[in-house]
Design a protein around this ligand. Structure first.
Ligand code: KE4
Length: 428
């Protein structure tokens, strides 16, 4: 059992100053019980807490740390940029360079606008789709999380689902009413929604690989049907790739599935660990944005030089090292190892994975949607989480989150993780 007395003292102090003691709800360990450790530093595949405990990290600050923590190319890029000024509030060359890099990696992006978070990216993409179509209603899918803007906090995943408030208080009924929520992977529900509402639908927004209720994959043909229905109805198809963008390959999930959305949203990796979001896509839609068009969107620190330098270093390093092949093989090793020890222990675990993203549901049934995911045994997951944490393995503190492997992880880390899981499964 790791000693975490300094973390506990810090958490008690933090509770006096910040709601729930955290600056983002999912960090509070409410889904798994106990209190969060406080990070002191992180490097490569590991994070170290203020009590000196070191953990193999599969949260990766929720996705950005795809090259591991404190990756030298990113640290150097930030240091060099900082010496020339941290924010200009006027265009600078790195914004152009990163935009060119994003366009080169994601063919569906003709133009891109940088902002400061994934929430800003999806909120702005929805507003842009409404401005472009002149329509108000949108479709999202239950369990999917697109950040915390009002219209998207309806049957949302991630922390909202974890804390049991997928429909957040404070969202006006008039706003929520504009958001239709469908079950994912249900073609009939899609056809019916478009039959009944097609001409009034401004946009459909989705995670192509929903990873905010754990992780599940689109059934064969589902994304193609969605593309066909949105195109036939003049509805803007928005791929939320905040989590999957540049992680599942140079062109993210859309590259893997051969989908061409009208708009895409990015975040996390594109900032190299600094606050960045982005949205981009068809030029005829993007050019409706101010100052060219009537859809307003802005941000003091949008495109700031630190974040641009960090994001560029991240994307350049991913491409130069072809990190995706390494991430795929590490992911396969983890899947094979964890599945084998769960089976040997006769613990029903549905292990889902795509590339370096994974989730182990404590259930004996396949998981294709939120309803399936909700059958998982969360109490058993919580015991597994703490058993692994006590053995130096930090998994996402919720059954409804995905895990992330970085290119800084080594096979030895995977082996240590599998050995720890084998020991914990014996206690469940
Ligand atoms: P941010 O506003 O947190 O940068 O991005 C929102 C967002 C949008 N779209 C997707 C697919 C996302 O996964 C996210 C944020 N992901 C969560 C983790 N499930 C962030 C962790 C947190 O809320 O603390």
């Amino acid at each position: 059992m790791s000693v975490r007395s300094r973390s506990e003292a810090l958490f008690a102090e933090s509770l006096k100053h910040t709601p729930g003691g955290v600056n983002s709800p999912v960090r509070a360990f409410r889904a798994v019980g106990g209190t969060p450790f406080f990070a002191a530093s992180a490097s490569g595949a590991r994070v170290t807490d203020v009590d000196g405990n070191s953990y193999i990290d599969y949260v990766g600050t929720w996705g950005p740390a795809i090259l591991g923590h404190a990756a030298p190319p990113i640290v150097r890029a930030i240091q060099n940029a900082a010496e020339r000024g941290t924010s200009f509030g006027i265009p600078h060359a790195q914004e152009v360079t990163l935009a060119q890099r994003v366009k080169a990696m994601v063919p569906s992006v003709d133009k891109v606008r940088f902002c400061n978070s994934g929430t800003e990216a999806t909120m702005s993409a929805i507003r842009l789709a409404r401005g472009f179509t002149g329509r108000d209603r949108i479709i999202k899918f239950d369990g999917c999380y697109h950040g915390h803007s009002d219209g998207l906090l309806v049957k949302a995943g991630s922390g909202a689902l974890t804390l049991g408030n997928p429909d957040s208080a404070g969202v006006p009924a008039d706003v929520a009413r504009q958001t239709l929520v469908l079950p994912f992977n249900d073609p009939e529900a899609l056809r019916t929604a478009f039959r009944e509402h097609g001409p009034e639908l401004a946009a459909v927004i989705l995670e192509l690989v929903p990873a905010n209720a754990g992780l599940y994959l689109p059934r064969p043909g589902y994304l193609e049907l969605l593309r066909e229905l949105t195109r036939a109805n003049g509805t803007v198809l928005i791929a939320d790739e905040v989590m999957t963008g540049f992680r599942l390959g140079p062109a993210g999930a859309q590259g893997r599935f051969g989908l061409t959305p009208d708009l895409s949203c990015f975040g996390k990796i594109i900032g190299g660990g600094l606050p960045v979001g982005a949205f981009g896509g068809r030029a005829d839609i993007m050019d409706r944005l101010a100052p060219l068009g009537p859809v307003y969107q802005a941000g003091t620190l949008s495109g700031n030089p630190l974040a641009m330098a960090a994001g560029l270093a991240a994307l350049e390093t991913l491409e130069a090292t072809d990190a995706w092949n390494r991430l795929e093989s590490l992911g396969a090793e983890l899947e094979q190892g964890l599945s084998a020890v769960a089976k040997a222990a006769k613990i029903p675990v549905c292990f889902q994975r795509i590339g370096s993203m994974f989730c182990g549901y404590f259930t004996d049934r396949p998981v294709w949607n939120l309803a399936d995911a909700l059958h998982s045994d969360r109490a058993r997951f919580a015991r597994f989480f703490h058993g692994m944490l006590d053995r130096g393995i930090y998994l996402a503190p919720s059954q409804f989150e995905a895990g992330f492997i970085s290119s800084a992880h080594a096979s030895a880390d995977i082996e240590a993780t599998v050995r720890a899981a084998e020991a914990v499964f014996a206690t469940l």
